[in-house]
Design a protein around this ligand. Structure first.
Ligand code: 5GP
Ligand code: ZN
Length: 116
């Protein structure tokens, strides 16, 4: 399950430090080392899943768990006016760490892309 060269697997295993804000049996959540907003968290499944491309039906409850946890964490972080989530997939999608993670961002209006 653990990938020996994966930085997020090492954080999950406690082999590398992180500024953790939440953990349970399925995920850990810690502060991004290079924050792009006043609040910038990374939600990381404990299981080494490379990206959205590798998700299978066995992961359905994990993904539901992650999505339902996000607003709770946002509230805990004081993001009462909304928040942004980002999942980069593959090199072409800007993914740098190849262990699935969800960015949770908020705190100021930083967003240039709008679909309106
Ligand atoms: P990606 O582009 O893969 O979606 O984003 C990876 C994120 O992980 C980046 O925002 C980067 O700042 C963050 N990151 C990379 N290495 C570390 C680390 O060792 N610790 C923490 N806390 N964040 C990291
Ligand atoms: Zn990993």
């Amino acid at each position: 399950m653990k990938e020996s060269n994966c930085i997020f697997c090492k954080i999950v295993a406690g082999e590398l430090p992180s500024n953790q804000v939440y953990q349970d049996d399925q995920v850990i959540v810690f502060k991004d080392i290079n924050p792009k907003a006043p609040v910038h968290l990374l939600m990381v499944p404990r299981e080494h899943i490379i990206s959205l491309n590798e998700l299978q039906s066995q992961h359905d409850s994990l993904i539901a768990h992650c999505l339902r946890l996000l607003p709770q964490l946002a509230k805990q972080q004081g993001l009462n006016n909304g928040f942004r989530t980002v999942i980069n997939t593959g090199a072409g999608g800007g993914q740098i760490v190849f262990h699935l993670h969800i960015h949770l961002l908020g705190g100021i209006v930083i967003f240039t892309h709008r679909c309106t």
